[in-house]
Design a protein around this ligand. Sequence first.
Ligand code: FES
Length: 181
Amino acid sequence: MAWTAKPSATQRIERRAEPYLTDALKQKWSQEILSKYATKHGALMPILHEIQHAHRHIPYQAMIEVAQFLEIKPADVLDTVTFYEEFTTEKVGECVIGICQSIACEVCGHQKLLDHVRRRLDLEPHETTDDGKFTLLTLECLGSCDTAPVALFNETLHENLTIEKVDALIDQAKAGKAKHA
Ligand code: FES
């Protein structure tokens, strides 16, 4: 296996003039999120969820701002973002389709669903359509094995899926009716 080295030392961070963590947002999070945790570090996950939902990814500038806000190291924020599947450093589509590929869904035909979505949207797993509408993911067990095959469309779980049901969900998303996080 070839090891891929990340160019962390030379990576340029895109910056915008306006901070991601505005004063109003920090005040809101202090009241609504920080107050629930014994340490500031404890609020990292819910804050990252808020940023992911708002921007459909977690920009590097936002990670630095979060580190300053929570008084932790930027590396700790980056480690968390890159560890969990629900966080992305690249912008995902308006509708993220996550098809479960674990054993129960595999036995119940997840491959047919996956192949159908790949063909219909001309998309491979972990890619986003050029128009920014769809991202396709393959996910591990979503905890609903008794209703396999299942998939997430954004954060909504859909069970006992068939190609017809998947097509209807894609049509809804194209019409802008997919539920967002
Ligand atoms: S294997 Fe798909 S939900 Fe468990």
